[in-house]
Design a protein. Structure first.
Length: 332
């Protein structure tokens, strides 16, 4: 039988957290307790489920962080929201690993202060990191915003969500989404079909984002009526884009002249968002990226917002963040 001192020590290393709704607790734990495993691994603790209680065993600060994460995720479920793997990862990133536990709890309360949400026809979109929240705020506040950072950080997804939100609330009359078709180059002429069929493969990520926010029939009708346009950057020349929400994706592949041309299309009542990743430039050697030029020339203009993302803002598979970090570390 364990002596009194051993029992006391075990109790000191354990935190009990009770959740009133077993159904929500099951969602919190995830399929095969996948969410609990993620938290256990990240915080180096053990989580044991007994009925409607979770017992956290391990270091004191780690237990405080884990409890805060679990309570936050459970609150999401009580509000009728889902808890996906990306939500668990985002909560983990909001914690100061190895920091003072009390400070960490207060910091997390601050980070969660003031919900930032985007309402679309099909779903409610919620930015998951502080950089994403700041980005979304700038999309609604500024007429011209830049989102710069690695793949998977939600730059384009959130911009398209904001475009749909402003469109359905009547703040803009149309949505225009564009990308440079750099990969196509001179090979476009050899692809089968008309021009739309030639360039559509390069625009597919924009179609995918729209499909997440609008019912298929409504999206098809809006595209037929030209209320939504998806077109290569070259098609923007000579146009004045008024009362529109305009997104230029993959802007690192626009040349300096193309970027200037695009930015000067901004018309009355319009809003522009330029997104790009400086590490994925596909332009020919020696051709300056228009995104880099715009960043250098426009960064001091007060009404233009520059928003930056890092691997900590990746909302795809957690491995994506590690892959980005590995490549960044290898960059001379």
């Amino acid at each position: 039988m364990a002596d009194t001192a051993s029992i006391a020590t075990a109790a000191q290393n354990e935190t009990r957290v009770e959740f009133p709704d077993n159904r929500l607790l099951a969602e919190l734990c995830g399929e095969f307790d996948r969410n609990l495993t993620t938290i256990e691994t990240a915080q180096s603790i053990q989580i044991v489920r007994r009925g409607n209680q979770l017992f956290l065993v391990g270091d004191g600060d780690a237990r405080v962080r884990a409890e805060s994460i679990l309570q936050s995720l459970y609150t999401r479920l009580e509000q009728g929201r889902q808890v996906l793997a990306a939500d668990v990862t985002a909560e983990l990133r909001m914690n100061v690993v190895g920091g003072d536990a009390t400070k960490t709890g207060k910091q997390m309360e601050t980070l969660r202060g003031g919900a930032v949400e985007i309402k679309t026809r099909k779903k409610l979109v919620e930015p998951r990191t502080e950089a994403q929240k700041a980005y979304v705020r700038s999309l609604f506040k500024n007429e011209l915003s830049f989102g710069i950072g690695p793949a998977g950080t939600g730059k384009t997804y959130l911009a398209v969500a904001a475009a749909v939100s402003m469109f359905i609330t009547g703040r803009v009359d149309k949505i225009i989404l564009s990308r440079p078709a750099v990969e196509a180059g001179e090979r476009l002429g050899f692809l089968p079909g008309d021009m739309k069929e030639k360039v559509d493969p390069y625009m597919q990520p924009l179609y995918d984002a729209l499909n997440d926010f609008l019912p298929a029939k409504q999206m098809a009708k809006l595209m037929e009526d030209k209320a939504i346009e998806i077109a290569p950057l070259a098609f923007m020349r000579g146009r004045t884009l008024a009362n529109a929400f305009v997104v230029l994706d993959e802007a690192q592949n626009a040349t300096s002249m193309q970027m200037k041309m695009f930015l000067t299309r901004l018309g009355e009542g319009s809003r522009m968002v330029i997104t790009g990743d400086r590490t994925q430039i596909d332009l020919p050697r020696g051709v300056q990226s228009g995104l880099a030029d715009a960043e250098r020339l426009l960064k001091d203009i007060p009404k233009i917002s520059f928003n930056y993302f890092t691997s900590k803002d990746v909302v795809r598979h957690p491995l994506v963040a590690e892959i980005i970090d590995a490549y960044d570390a290898d960059t001379p």
